[in-house]
Ligand binder design. Structure first.
Ligand SMILES: Cc1cc2nc3c(=O)[nH]c(=O)nc-3n(C[C@H](O)[C@H](O)[C@H](O)COP(=O)(O)O)c2cc1C
Length: 386
């Protein structure tokens, strides 16, 4: 028999356990249908990281997930606060401008490729660029209003129960989602952002601490979660950042959260489609191996500290403004992947990786989170006299 472990979040989302797979946008590789469905089937909520998928790829991902589960699922999209008007700024044009205005940066990428023995392999598309891509810095799309609008339209027209808004302002999506009976979540890295998300009409706040993998802010989970819980009460809050076992889940509940939003722990699942090298870094790395830099995307992002990051630190260059840094490094990522040098690629994950030692089926990870949380809560009860 499955253990009982419920909070009010379970009723709100129609799920068995208050555990949500974080939507991770990595061209569909971090949250493939098999992983999303496995988490939902195990009683949690699986969320597709849709930000790096073109609209029809997103539709396909949703439908393939639906073939594997009839339980609630969600889609996460990154909604930029200020969407640039359809600027005709293609990758080629950005590259040309980098060569012209930032020759040192262009030389940095050329040199590091030469040093590691591989040549250029630029990203093979001309999508208009902006700041709406997934955390691994290698996504092609979701880059203008039309693309984003289409991603939202696809999500609204498919069988999806939850919409999660990564960065940005979800106020234009909330009415659409609510009209369709969907639950809206909004990510926040500070109490102020959480209040903004609440004003934008979301139903649940995801409070994401500094420890988290991917794009993240500067406030650690321990101080962040109670502050967000107080700021938006009585709205339910999901705790995110550094939660990789049941003790983390129990801790999050003690801080006032109604559930958890877990990324890195599920990157270390058999169903996850990220490269094996990325999984190896998570299984073998220590917490301090995952650090925050702006090098890959131009925004603060926690990823495995590799030789490319070390070279960037040594070079002492400033981060280029949007979208230049990302376009520069997209081409580097593309070249590293083509040369099968995935240890140099942008590989985001959180500090929680230090507590992960194996790649396991998602259902086993879910089971440990649930039984571990129950054991930790019982343990606290047993050892505290009140
Ligand atoms: C590979 C990767 C990609 C991510 N992509 C997104 C994204 O597209 N949208 C988003 O809202 N959050 C994204 N995140 C952040 C997660 O949603 C989540 O907040 C974070 O993984 C939680 O911390 P943890 O990794 O310590 O569990 C990403 C995180 C990782 C590790």
């Amino acid at each position: 028999m499955r253990p009982v472990f419920r909070t009010k979040l379970c009723d709100l989302l129609g799920i068995e356990y208050p555990i949500v797979l974080a939507g991770m946008g990595s061209r569909g590789k971090a949250t493939p249908p098999a992983l999303v469905a496995a988490v939902s089937n195990a009683g949690g909520l699986g969320v597709i990281g849709g930000s790096g998928l073109e609209p029809e790829q997103l539709r396909d991902a949703i439908r393939r997930t639906r073939e594997l589960t009839d339980k609630p699922i969600g889609v996460d999209l990154i909604l930029p606060g200020n969407i640039p008007k359809d600027t005709p700024l293609t990758r080629s044009e950005v590259r040309r401008q980098i060569e012209e205005r930032y020759p040192e940066h262009a030389a940095f990428v050329r040199n590091i490729m030469t040093e590691h023995g591989f040549g250029p392999h630029p990203v093979d598309n001309e999508f208009v660029v902006a700041n709406t891509t997934g955390a691994d810095g290698s996504t092609p799309g979701s880059s203008n209003r039309n693309m984003l609008q289409q991603q939202v339209d696809v999500t609204m027209s498919e069988d999806v129960q939850v919409f999660a808004a990564g960065l940005g302002d979800p106020s234009w999506v909330t009415p659409l989602a609510h009209e369709r009976g969907m639950v809206m979540m909004g990510l926040a890295g500070s109490p102020r952002n959480a209040e903004r998300q609440k004003q934008a009409g979301v139903d649940i706040i995801v409070a994401q601490g500094y420890e988290a993998g991917g794009h993240t802010g500067w406030i650690a989970s321990l101080p962040l979660i109670p502050q967000v819980v107080d700021a938006v009460a009585p709205m339910p809050v999901l705790a995110a950042g550094g939660i990789v076992n049941g003790r983390g889940v129990a801790g999050a509940l003690s801080l006032g959260a109604a559930g958890v939003w877990v990324g890195t722990a599920f990157l270390a699942s058999e169903e996850c489609d990220i490269h094996d090298e990325h999984k190896r870094q998570i299984a073998e790395g220590r917490s301090q191996d995952f650090d925050i830099r702006k090098v890959y995307t131009g925004k603060t992002m926690r990823s495995f500290k590799n030789a490319a990051i070390k070279a960037w630190d040594d070079a002492g260059l400033d981060t280029l403004p949007m979208p230049y840094q990302k376009i520069l490094m997209d081409d580097f990522n593309s070249a590293a992947a083509a040369a099968n040098r995935h240890e140099l690629h942008s590989n985001p994950a959180g500090q929680g990786a230090g507590g992960i030692t194996a790649i396991r089926p998602a259902a086993a990870i879910m089971e440990d989170l649930v039984t571990g949380a129950i054991a930790a809560l019982n343990d606290v009860n047993a050892k505290v006299e009140i």
